[in-house]
Design a protein around this ligand. Structure first.
Ligand SMILES: O=C(O)[C@@H](CO)OP(=O)(O)O
Length: 200
């Protein structure tokens, strides 16, 4: 009996290039969400939870349209957030980003991620399939947590729009990262949301 958690970053949103913090999916984002729904259509999901932001809610809706038995539910623990600040080990290339984030935002992000890990990374009994549709930084934090990597490393992990990351846990075993940012369901022109240059 295995508990699976499928983590997906929402599809591309319409006004991302204008710096808008939220918005509906772009036409490309709707295609990504539809291909994601095809990809996941054979999975017997027990739950679908998503960030309350519109781009994540619309991505969850696209999956639910293909699977009438699932009812997506929003969770405030899956909002976009910044889980930690700059540390002595963080690559200096990230300094401009962290300079733009306030201490209050980081405190809130840290508290949110602590609660999210307690809520979502908990072993459920039996064969379980949970889907989580959320944001790049939230998935990065969960992956870092499963790998037990130092805190600062979340910032170096990236997921494409509608990329698929899967965790699994067998009874009595730790969480395993089965796949990370799998984009096999997305044609090359829909593989968006990754950095053009990866800072190291
Ligand atoms: O703003 C971003 O780059 C990421 C951070 O998590 O958010 P989103 O996945 O919503 O694009």
């Amino acid at each position: 009996m295995t508990h699976y958690i499928y983590l997906v970053r929402h599809g591309e949103h319409q006004d991302a290039e204008h710096g808008m913090v939220d918005g509906p999916l772009s036409p490309r984002g709707r295609r990504q969400a539809s291909l994601l729904a095809d990809r996941l259509s054979g999975v017997p999901f027990d739950s679908v939870r998503h960030s309350p932001l519109e781009r994540a809610a619309q991505t969850a809706q696209a999956v639910a349209e293909r699977m009438p038995s699932v009812s997506p539910e929003p969770s405030a623990l899956l909002f976009d957030c910044v889980p930690t600040g700059m540390t002595p080990d963080t690559p200096s290339a990230f300094e401009p980003f962290f300079n733009s984030v306030t201490e209050a935002e980081i405190d809130a992000g840290r508290a949110q991620m602590s609660d999210a890990v307690s809520e979502f990374l908990v072993r459920k009994r039996g064969e379980v399939h949970d889907l989580i549709i959320t944001h790049n930084f939230v998935i990065a934090w969960f992956v870092r947590e499963v790998l037990q990597a130092p805190e600062w490393r979340w910032m170096t992990l990236n997921q494409a729009h509608c990329g698929l990351t899967v965790f699994a846990q067998k009874q009595g075993r730790p969480w395993t990262l089965l796949s990370h940012n799998d984009m096999a369901h997305l044609p090359v022109e829909l593989r968006t949301g990754l950095p053009e240059i990866y800072p190291v």
